[in-house]
Design a binder for this molecule. Structure first.
Ligand code: FAD
Length: 470
């Protein structure tokens, strides 16, 4: 049998995972297939980037992954990295509402008060707002809909105040999105299922949530990283794949289907052939890569936003913050341009040398995109001005590091699941053997990307097996 060629385009977490599982399965099953990963940049890892400097371990992109979504832990175990895992320190999480820092009450899940005790002590919500939340328990379940905005669904159930003051700031930290445009079915379909099954979202969460998932204040950290930074997993995958598998620094410009094979055009007229292709690049790159195939045009309607973050390293003497905790998120009704701040040295003690303080602040809410395009020192100035409103900063940072992620955050707006499904159906008919996976499609979290990478590896192998049978 002639060797079949598989190309994985994009070497972020999704592409690396897919290439790793493909190679593993090909070896186990002794299949006559060859895998090549093609990455535009000169390094793999995509958004995962750790900078190790002066004893600090700093992240430009993600800092950790959620343990409870199992595909990540499974991959870490297979790579033999378990002994390098570190868990986030817990402590009181905070939310800044109308310029005041409040403790996020225990007994909440993604800001939703699961247990009655969550509401009794807190001043984040007014008494009227608390009564409105209690009413959720006796509301009728909503009429089934194909999709709706997460904001619409939650506002109807729980009232506006909880959304504005707690849920929105927590969720927009994950998706960098407007809650009133985000798709319920692409982000939290389980909320809808619970409401439909139990007649009340709160009742559903009470019935189904393991005790340790509703924020109790005493639980262990739910996030994992590595003692030498998150890029550890990228380095391990790259080592397993080897230089022979990975082509770096060569963006795929165009792909055409000709004479029963796909032709991938790289720079300087270099062309690679493949029998199956897994595309893990951001969705908005696909229409220009597959120029001849208008089936990817709907992806131009999936918006992308930009964000930036600033790492700030201080001497401990320069900064006082007494709050016990790991950081805060900022509600939209506060007069702040930062959207969140992680007290990194407290959340991840292994990142920071003794006697130093490490912070990371985030900017770029959907309504404040222009901040991402300012010069570094202007962004730092804005960040410091905001931080000074809640923390005592007695001296300037020893150094700062600004990272911009332009057009990097896919927006899962209403109808997202249907759009992706429709394009995939068209692909099956018009581009057999081409697959898509990654943060633009079925989840932005690292475990979601790992799961998609593993699933896509199986889909590619199944396609090739069936094409042999034909
Ligand atoms: C600031 C920030 C913080 C985050 N924090 C967290 C967090 O704490 N936890 C969490 O779980 N998730 C977090 N995320 C989300 C998570 O990091 C991403 O969703 C995930 O890393 C995306 O992986 P990916 O492989 O799908 O895409 P990417 O990492 O974007 O990889 C895509 C790759 O494709 C390459 N590429 C593009 N075009 C081409 C081309 N034409 N040819 C070849 N290659 C190409 C790119 O260079 C890139 O390497 C965060 C994201 C950001 C930006």
């Amino acid at each position: 049998m002639a060797t079949k060629k598989i190309a994985v385009v994009g070497g972020g977490m999704t592409g690396l995972t897919a290439a790793y599982y493909l190679k593993q399965k090909i070896k186990e099953q002794q299949l006559p297939y060859e895998v090549t990963l093609i990455e535009a940049g000169h390094r793999v890892g995509g958004k995962i980037q750790t900078v190790r400097k002066n004893g600090f371990i700093m992240e430009r992109g993600p800092d950790s992954f959620l343990e409870r979504k199992t595909p990540a832990v499974k991959l870490v175990t297979q790579l033999g990295l378990t002994d390098q895992l570190v868990r986030n320190s817990t402590g009181q999480a905070h939310v800044l509402v109308r310029d005041t820092l409040y403790e996020i009450p225990s007994g909440t899940f993604m800001g939703i008060p699961v247990w009655e005790s969550a509401l009794t002590e807190t001043h984040i919500i007014s008494e009227t707002g608390k009564e409105r939340i209690q009413e959720e328990l006796s509301l009728q379940k909503s009429k089934p809909m194909i999709d709706q905005s997460l904001g619409h669904f939650l506002r109807q159930r729980l009232g506006d105040e909880l959304i504005e003051n707690l849920i929105e700031p927590l969720l927009s930290g994950i998706y960098s999105s407007d809650i009133d445009k985000m798709s319920l079915m692409a982000t939290f379909p389980q909320f809808f299922k619970l409401e439909q099954e139990y007649g009340s979202l709160i009742k559903g969460l009470r019935k189904t949530l393991p005790q340790d998932q509703a924020s109790t204040g005493k639980k262990k950290g739910q996030f994992l990283s590595f003692e030498n930074g998150l890029e550890t997993i990228v380095e391990a995958l790259f080592q397993k794949l080897g230089n022979d598998t990975c082509i770096l620094g060569k963006p795929v410009k165009h792909i055409i289907h000709q004479d029963g094979a796909y032709h991938l055009e790289l720079e300087k007229n270099e062309v690679r052939e493949a029998d199956a292709i897994l595309m893990t690049v951001p969705h908005h790159h696909l229409p220009s890569i597959f120029k001849a195939d208008s089936l990817f045009a709907p992806f131009m309607d999936i918006p992308v936003t930009s964000v930036a973050n600033v790492v700030l390293a201080f001497d401990q003497s320069a900064i006082q913050y007494d709050q016990d905790g790991t950081g805060f998120v900022v509600s939209r009704n506060s007069d702040f341009r930062i959207t969140a701040c992680t007290w990194t040295d407290k959340k991840w003690p292994t990142t920071t040398p003794n006697g130093k303080v490490l912070l990371r602040a985030y900017v770029g809410k959907p309504s404040d995109q222009k901040i991402v395009h300012l010069a570094d020192d202007e962004i730092v100035k804005i960040v410091l001005k905001d931080l000074a409103k809640v923390m005592n900063l007695a001296a300037s940072p020893e150094f700062t590091m600004v990272t911009r992620w332009k057009q990097a955050m896919p927006q899962y707006t209403v109808g997202h699941v249907e759009t992706v499904k429709m394009v995939r159906n068209e692909m099956k008919a018009q581009l057999p053997g081409v697959f898509i996976a990654g943060s633009s499609f079925e989840g932005v979290g690292i475990p979601d990307c790992i799961q998609q990478g593993e699933q896509a590896a199986d889909d590619v192998l199944q396609f090739l097996a069936s094409s042999y049978r034909k």
